[in-house]
Design a binder for this molecule. Structure first.
Ligand code: SAM
Length: 280
């Protein structure tokens, strides 16, 4: 008879979040499939459990086949990632699909996940939300992703690493606008946990001055209806002209008012120049 695969969530930084079901899943398994065996062995040591470990990462297809074959032959295994819930911006998704195809029983062992932990304390609308994971580091894919969600109405949740945070906040300023609400959830469940409800622009300014440290979840307010429906080149031009009357240069005004809109800086710039010529 085939064994089963436990998909085991593990703490995102606080061993106090380990549960009896996590322990039992490891105990009942013949082997443990881990993202990084050096990380998972520490968890097993904490429980005083000794099990053979197998490293597995996404697109390591031959390992996936091997795991499936062993389970079909009667062994059970626990699958976990370095921290949090497997398959959520972590390896496991492909293995789970393979298990479904092979008719293997999957047993979820819920544990913390940074996305839900952050959302629960975000102070943002939680009724409808989308998980966006990490933005690609490849410029073309990154821009496609941002354009895709620019007018998303649901609350959006992104993962980010500290060394890429500032670039991401800069892009958020451009695509969502500086005024959009943002919750920065940092080092959740750890000693230096921090949860700040701020705006995209304020967060960008803050991290331009303070080096980001630790792990981050970014929760972005969804686009409000009026915001997506009422933006026209003409309304932006009027806003820009008011800024120019207040002392801003044409270039500064164009850059400020186009942020978070579908219009490029050069389109707005040209429209401002046309209006100014017509005024004279
Ligand atoms: N599967 C994991 C989960 O369910 O939480 C996520 C793994 S993903 C590779 C790692 C990212 O999750 C980090 O870059 C960060 O964005 C987020 N993350 C993980 N632990 C976190 C924590 N303690 N505080 C804030 N963000 C965290």
């Amino acid at each position: 008879m085939a064994g089963k695969i436990f998909i085991v969530g593990t703490p995102i930084g606080n061993l106090g979040d380990l549960t009896p079901r996590m322990r039992r899943a490891f105990e009942e398994s013949d082997f443990v499939v881990a993202e990084d065996t050096r990380v998972t062995v520490k968890l097993l040591n904490h429980f005083g459990i000794k099990k053979p470990l197998l490293s597995y990462y996404e697109h390591n297809f031959s390992k996936g086949d091997l795991i499936i074959d062993r389970v079909l032959a009667g062994e059970s295994c626990a699958v976990c990632s370095d921290a949090g819930t497997p398959c959520i911006s972590d390896p496991g998704e492909i293995l789970v699909k393979q298990a479904h195809r092979a008719g293997i029983k999957l047993v979820p062992i819920p544990g913390p996940s940074a996305v839900i932990t952050a959302l629960s304390v975000s102070g943002q609308d939680t009724g409808r939300f989308t998980f966006e994971g990490f933005l690609s580091v490849v410029k073309k894919q990154r821009i496609e992703h941002l354009k895709d969600v620019q007018y998303e109405k649901r609350t959006m949740i992104f993962y980010e690493a500290p060394h890429k945070l500032l670039r991401t906040l800069g892009d958020f300023c451009e695509y969502f606008g500086r005024e959009r609400k943002l919750t920065v959830a940092r080092e959740l469940t750890k000693l230096h946990e921090e949860i700040k409800l701020t705006t995209v622009g304020e967060a960008y300014d803050y991290y331009s001055e303070n080096t980001p440290k630790g792990e981050f979840v970014l929760i972005v307010e969804g686009c409000k209806k009026a915001e997506s429906e009422e933006i026209t080149l003409d309304s932006l031009t009027q806003k820009a002209l008011a800024l120019i009357d207040g002392g801003a240069s044409v270039s500064e005004a164009a850059k400020t008012v186009r942020s978070g809109t579908p219009f490029s800086k050069s389109e707005v710039y040209k429209a401002i120049q046309n209006q100014r010529e017509n005024r004279q």
